[in-house]
Design a binder for this molecule. Sequence first.
Ligand code: BTX
Length: 327
Amino acid sequence: MKGKILELLKKNKGDFVSGQKISEELNVSRTAIWKYMNQLKDEGYEIESVSRKGYRLILTPDVLTYDEIKDLLKTKRIGRDILYFNSIDSTNSKAKQLASDGKGEGTVIISEEQTKGRGRLGRNWVSPKGKGVWMSIIIRPDIQPIDASKITQVTAAAVSKSILELGIKNYIKWPNDIIINNKKVCGILTEMSGELNKINYIVIGIGINVNLDENEIPNDIKDIATSLKIESGKKVSRKQLVANIFNNFEELYEELLNKNEITHSIEICKENSAVLGKEIRVIFRNKEIRGKAVDLTDEGELLIENQEGKIQKIISGEVSIRGVNGY
Ligand code: BTX
């Protein structure tokens, strides 16, 4: 109902809509309308209420609720159930809890800020209020657990393409970062619950620095982190970015579900790769591998050619590019 009231206010762009009209059109009591208006105000909508005239929408906030995103969506499942929080410890932790309780495929947890945002291997992820996209998607693919890492490649491709659609060139630092000017704008954290040959669920955490200014990036990560606003010089629509990601992700993910292939995602990952052709160092299972990144396989593994000319295939790892960030 709250969404329907909002739609009615938006349709009347800045004009007053009387309580009576809302009540008649939507079959809702005047007291209920008043309650919903207060909820909308709490979410940041500026609504003027004048007796005998009714309600008028003055300002729509830049919030990532379903009501604000839905008109931009082309998806069937992804992002059709959005749980929106003002503040949360970690959207991945919440998503894992909800997925264990049975929440379905495509459910998304979004928060305006995270107080304990998580990176890989217990690292932290800085997530200031209203400045980024901090969200987690729950999926339940019928694929083998060994193929779960493909989901990270599908996600990286979807995010990279979505940022490009906003006119901002970006690169994928295999396997899970998006970088611009050699600094991180996005990190992806894929977490899985499953048995030996069955996936219960996968939670895909996506953190994107969108509208952070220089002074909003903590000193200790200034050398390695940037935002879309800093790099493009303009404020970016978070709603449009989130909708693009859902739209692109669903399309690329369906290729995996329907054909058991990620050809299209790999094409995007190769086109926008930050590592192919570069000398790199990878920490993988506590071992260090040095060499030249030469290709990505159809499965999303990275091929590295070492000094002896031998090709090694790796599924995941921590990549440093020679000459960048102290390597
Ligand atoms: P990662 O382990 O590859 O990167 C974490 C490292 O990146 C940190 O140790 C720090 O050096 C640096 N870092 C921390 N915050 C930022 C930031 N905002 N921008 C750039 N660099 C940063 C990458 O892990 C995976 C991150 C996933 C984050 C999402 S947000 C939504 C979801 N919920 C959650 O708790 N995590 C995911």
